[in-house]
Design a protein around this ligand. Structure first.
Ligand code: GDP
Length: 315
């Protein structure tokens, strides 16, 4: 991507898109388009088409998505499938219509089958049944991947898809009711520590394993793929390493400095037993991540604490 190219980051008001936008700014890109959601509702087809025809971006990072943790996915399946299919379809179709040079669509590791061999290679996509707790979201993401491939086949456009591991970092959803495990446990343990609670509930058995990717590493990989990847198949973005929820809870406890007990609430679902991505394809191209899980959690925790302090001052 030449530095003066017009670039649209869809989803820049949320964690992944914001990180991509910051990374582009830091790399010296200046022709960035990022209207706020009040001006550009991605679920509104006409608004999206008008936007693309007027703004004419050359490159698109499609990082917008309605995301959530295991509980949010089970409570709001209709919102997850509708919002994601609608907004990504609008963006992909408008990108083709308006002559976008290249588009990167971000999928999710839940697109792979529930009982996928581990680590999960790109070719395992669509080889088995999905994990039920995230199926509507995963179906929407698979539709996005297949849409990019179909537009390539029929229209010859350079639309690619990547599958990141579970994201975390500043601007994550720290609401334990709706967020993913890492941010939820950071928030719960911070609350417990600051209000002298003696226990924190961790959902499920603690035995599922998850691979966590810091959002700044994701952003770095997105720019790398825009410059170095042109194939129709998906490409994984990950570290090749995962941890059990029990280990993750222990690490977060230590970083937060919570001294009480961790209790496992087995009435809550475990979800997929494991979601470790095979990162060989992207590492052969020359990309590797920089932020270790421990450093990433520390940095995210510092960000969260300063957010909490700012909120306390306001009220
Ligand atoms: P998933 O990767 O789609 O299953 O989504 P999550 O990140 O929400 O959950 C990952 C795993 O962490 C599941 O086994 C959850 O049961 C477990 N978990 C433990 N405590 C929590 C919590 O406080 N919040 C969330 N969201 N998950 C938790």
């Amino acid at each position: 991507m030449e530095r003066n190219r017009r670039i649209f980051v869809a989803g820049h008001e949320a964690m992944a898109g914001a990180a991509v936008l910051h990374r582009l700014e830091a790399a010296g890109y200046t022709n960035l388009i990022s209207p706020d959601s009040a001006r550009l509702d991605l679920t509104d087809q006409k608004m999206v088409f008008d936007f693309f025809m007027t703004e004419r971006p050359n490159y698109v990072f499609l990082a917008s998505a309605k995301v959530g943790g295991i509980l949010a996915n089970s409570r709001f399946p209709a919102e997850f499938i509708y919002t994601n299919i609608q907004s990504q379809s609008n963006v992909i179709h408008a990108a083709w219509k308006s002559g976008v040079r290249k588009l990167l669509f971000l999928a999710s590791s839940c697109v792979y089958p529930k009982d996928c061999p581990q680590p999960m290679k790109e070719e395992y996509l669509l080889s088995g049944k999905l994990e039920p707790t995230s199926e509507p979201y995963a179906v929407a993401k698979i539709a996005g991947v297949r849409m990019c491939q179909s537009y390539r086949e029929q229209y010859g456009v350079n639309f690619i898809s990547a599958v990141p591991a579970d994201l975390y970092g500043p601007m994550d959803d720290f609401n334990p009711e709706t967020g993913h495990v890492l941010a939820s446990l950071l928030a719960k343990m911070y609350q417990a520590k600051t209000s002298d609670q003696t226990e924190v509930m961790v959902w499920g058995t603690g035995s599922p394993r998850r691979e966590c990717l810091h959002v700044d590493d994701l952003a770095d990989a997105c720019l790398f793929l825009m410059d170095n990847y042109d194939d129709p198949g998906v490409i994984n973005i990950g570290s090749g390493q995962d941890v059990s929820i029990r280990e993750l809870a222990g690490l977060i406890k230590e970083i937060v400095g919570f001294e009480g007990d961790i209790i496992f609430d087995k009435s809550k679902p475990d979800g997929a037993p494991r979601k470790l991505l095979d990162a060989n394809k992207i590492s052969k191209l020359g990309w590797s991540l920089r932020i270790s899980l421990e450093n990433g959690i520390r940095q995210t925790y510092e960000w969260y604490v300063s957010l909490m302090h700012r909120k306390e001052k306001l009220y």
